[in-house]
Design a protein around this ligand. Structure first.
Ligand SMILES: [Zn+2]
Length: 395
């Protein structure tokens, strides 16, 4: 493979060894063998290889979407219309909508269909600059069905496509298991989590700990099992009600606590102590008209903040991280710098993967933008500013 040289660029390295976003205003980089082989000032750039003149435009790490539910069939446009007319989400869910409405089409879809649908969503994410994408199971709710979804997620990977990070999600107690939910939770622990670990189908386990989903005790049981099986743990926390899951995730040394619209001061302190990433999901927050998470308190406690799409058919049907940059900066009160670190370095940390920074030896996951200032992307929102995307050095 010929070396690729990108010259005359405003490079956002997101390198923690540099301040802020690690900007190199007159920068250049070289990708060789799929990795960043050199990065620095343009004046010192090696000249060998196929050269692209960025004409002063922005070059960043490939974006990392650390929270998606990208594998599902069907859609819930009807619920979107109901919410737009003022019906609350929990009311729609109680009437058979919400997550339950996605179960039937997903269970009924053939493997090939699910793989194809997921690939289409991944392609859309890549067109918006995403080069690493986490995908959760969670729209089947039977043990065999959840394992099938994880196998389909593994199949969805394509050459020069974003790297996929698979997560097993305990999403909800299905309606027909409400009577024996203890047995259901035990089977998740004893069968599903263990099978996912043994077959290496997931690298982490996530539990939706909230009103109408799993209790704190059930969350503890599932995540403790996951840890014992060698899997990383994370959680959907306090989207509607604070059940104390942030404290639990801190105690367990989780990778991330996601949503956190509702979180206590003790919960924030627990995340800060354990270095747990708080994942902001502003798309879902806006659509469900929920209160904004306490970003200022999280920031001052030193909790690393990531930003993700929460791509799902109910509350946030979007593959676009640039749109989340806009919501994070305008609706959540995050700075431009915080939002960008949230879709790069901090998102990678939430997934436990090497990505989201441009440093020598890192994967050659690079985005060339049509604009030249990091603020341009959230500022001029809705337009796709992505010019070109390389994944492991492949355009
Ligand atoms: Zn989610």
């Amino acid at each position: 493979m010929t070396d690729l040289v990108i010259r005359n660029a405003r490079v956002m390295t997101c390198d923690p060894a540099r301040p802020g976003l690690g900007m190199i205003d007159h920068g250049a980089l070289v990708i060789a063998g799929g990795k960043i082989a050199w990065i620095g000032d343009d004046a010192e750039a090696p000249s060998a290889g196929y050269t692209i003149d960025a004409r002063g435009r922005l070059v960043t790490p490939g974006l990392v979407d650390c929270h998606t539910h990208a594998i599902f069939a069907g859609d819930r446009a009807n619920e979107f219309a109901m919410r737009a007319a003022g019906t609350p989400y929990l009311e729609i869910a109680a009437a058979g909508g919400g997550i339950h409405a996605t179960l039937e089409p997903t269970r009924g879809a053939a493997d090939d269909t699910l793989v194809e649908l997921t690939r289409e969503r991944i392609a859309c994410a890549r067109a918006n600059g995403t080069t690493v994408i986490e995908i959760k199971s969670g729209y089947d709710l039977t043990n065999a069905g959840e394992l099938r979804l994880l196998r389909c997620i593994a199949r969805a990977a394509v050459v020069a496509g974003p790297r996929i990070v698979p997560t097993l999600l305990a999403h909800l107690i299905p309606a027909d298991r409400a009577v024996d939910r203890d047995v259901y939770v035990r089977s998740i622990c004893d069968q599903l989590v263990r099978a996912a670990a043994t077959e290496r189908l997931a690298t982490s386990v996530d539990v939706y700990c909230d009103e109408g989903a799993f209790t704190l005790a059930e969350t503890r049981a599932i995540l403790t099992t996951a840890k014992a099986c060698g899997l990383a743990v994370r959680g959907h926390v306090g989207q509607f009600r604070d059940l104390g899951a942030a404290e639990l995730l801190g105690e367990l040394g989780a990778r991330s606590a996601d949503h956190v619209e509702q979180i206590s001061d003790d919960g924030i302190a627990a995340l800060a102590r354990a270095g747990v990433v708080a994942v902001m999901l502003p798309g879902a927050c806006v659509q469900l008209r929920l209160p904004v998470p306490p970003v200022d308190k999280l920031r001052h406690a030193g909790v690393p903040l990531a930003v993700a799409t929460d791509l799902n058919p109910g509350s946030s049907y979007s593959e676009s991280l640039p749109l989340q940059l806009w919501l994070a900066t305008t609706h959540y009160g995050m700075t431009v710098e915080e939002a960008w670190l949230g879709v790069t370095r901090h998102a990678a940390r939430a997934l436990g993967v090497e990505a989201g920074r441009l440093v020598t030896g890192a994967a050659g996951d690079v985005v060339l933008w049509k604009c030249n200032d990091p603020a341009d992307v959230p500022y001029h929102y809705g337009a796709n500013h992505v010019d070109r995307v390389w994944i492991a050095g492949v355009l």
